[in-house]
Design a protein around this ligand. Sequence first.
Ligand code: AGP
Length: 613
Amino acid sequence: MCGIVGYVGNRNCVATLLDGLKRLEYRGYDSAGIAVVEDSSLHCIKECGKVSVLEKKIGEEWPLWPEKACHIGIAHTRWATHGAPSCINSHPHIDSSGRFAIVHNGIVENYAALKRHLIDHGHTFNSETDSEVIANLISECYNGDIFAATAAALRQIVGTFGLAVISLEQPDTLIVARRGSPIVVGVGNSENLVASDIAAIVAYTKRVIFLNDDDIALITADRIDIRNIDNVPVAREIAKIDWSIDAAEKQGYEHFMLKEIFEQPEAVGNALRGRIDEQNITAILSGLSMTPREMTQINRILVAACGTSMHAGMVGDFFFEDLAGIPTSVEQAAEFRYRNPIIEPNTLIIPISQSGETADTLAAVREAANKGATVAAICNVVGSTIARESGRGVYLHAGPEIGVASTKAFTCQVSVLLLMAVKFARTRRLDRENAKAILDEVKQLPELIRAVLAMAENIRVVAEKYGSADNFFYIGRGYLYPVALEGALKLKEISYIHAEGYHAAELKHGPIALLEPKVPVMALANDIPGKDKILANIQECKARKSPVIATATVGDKEVESLADDVIWIPACSKYVAPIVTVVALQLFAYYVARMRGCEIDQPRNLAKSVTVE
Ligand code: AGP
């Protein structure tokens, strides 16, 4: 996720800004930059790579900065979304008149139209990013009041922003604004700071103001004036932070994994943002670079992935066959690359990879490309090897996933796969009414996930009741079968309990021999097709004295009467049930691992990205 730091006050801001960027490094980024106003000049230095590379470049290009009176500045760590990681695409961006510098977190959905307008009005651009548009828009709107210019510019933005602005026009004034991307103001004495994350500023002040959406703050060394985007003053309380710096990096969460579980409403929201075409009732996935006619010619889909990403692909298999009628299969990427797969010209290969660097999946991409297949990747890391070598695909925009156990990547991958399936299906037999019903529910996903997160305490109680087990079974059917596999993987990798995911119908073909009172079974019994069969499977497990925990649709008395414990899931269709239900299983695994005192973010033997065979 991108990071923002800003400062105005009596210190030399360069050191403060670099210190703030270093405290944001944990969030993952690919480039960094800084801009300051000093002696009526706007100095901007930025570089691909780590903050240490930027620091070295500052020392080389601006050796005298320690003696300079740099009392106002902004800085940024970039996690690429639009435009590959590069120096020119990194922030800050300066408008073509050279008067305004901005750093931006978020996505400007209408940047192409705005860019055309600005170019027609004589502005020039250097980068491929959407963010650079904001700098020139402010310049275009400026008529002597930096606050008013920023507000006027932001009123034209469709999308999200966490924004900081400095200028030569008002060199003592820092402007910040937020919509959908956090901005916090640090209140100091004769100095004030801003950041996208408390971790960057908590060393300087523990008094902070959290901006709300569409708040804009005008900040000088001794003044903070907050108004809304329509220039109406708003009152925001000063909060007192009692977190340590380490806790602040996790925004108060005990582990990155828990933070990433809880940020899934926003992550899935970002994965869906700008990708639903309300007019044509389909999905907007320009990264596929496929015309509708090319889509109609795809007669087979093959997903290649590993681990959690493979489980996401297995849900996608149901989507593509159910909705688009396209024969689909999912392969473990290592298997795919070595078994000389049959690939025809109209086969679409979909590699799925959060990191975009998994060796087996990358090898599968190369194997597919060598056989002339069309390859469209689903990745989270922009500019990653798999994304680049696939040549087309869809980014998750989920933000960096720090915890080794993948959580928000899975829910975003499945969300993107559902959009892809709808898009393909709308070039075939899926009618507007059914497509609208699915897309309307997709838009509810952040709220459905929040409903599960609201039950975290209940899930914790159930998890701690069964957390001492040495063996677990997870069983599911249909759309929830891959979720049973994913839930078992989560429990395995962070609690070290031996957990097996199984198709519910398969249990009686052998594994049921293992059931006994000390082997709990997690049965995914949501009220979607196949529920009646899973009820019978629960009975089978109970007959062998295994305790059964069931996920069930809120209010389902039938499941409640059968299971020993229930984890309630909001009512939803089979299409979104995998996304909503997995959140409960992520929390279950997390609370079991925490109870067992496991190292959750960095489990033993595991790496976040398996870049070796
Ligand atoms: C999942 O929690 C694991 N971290 C692992 O299975 C992971 O999903 C797998 O290694 C694939 O990684 P990728 O998505 O980055 O390719």
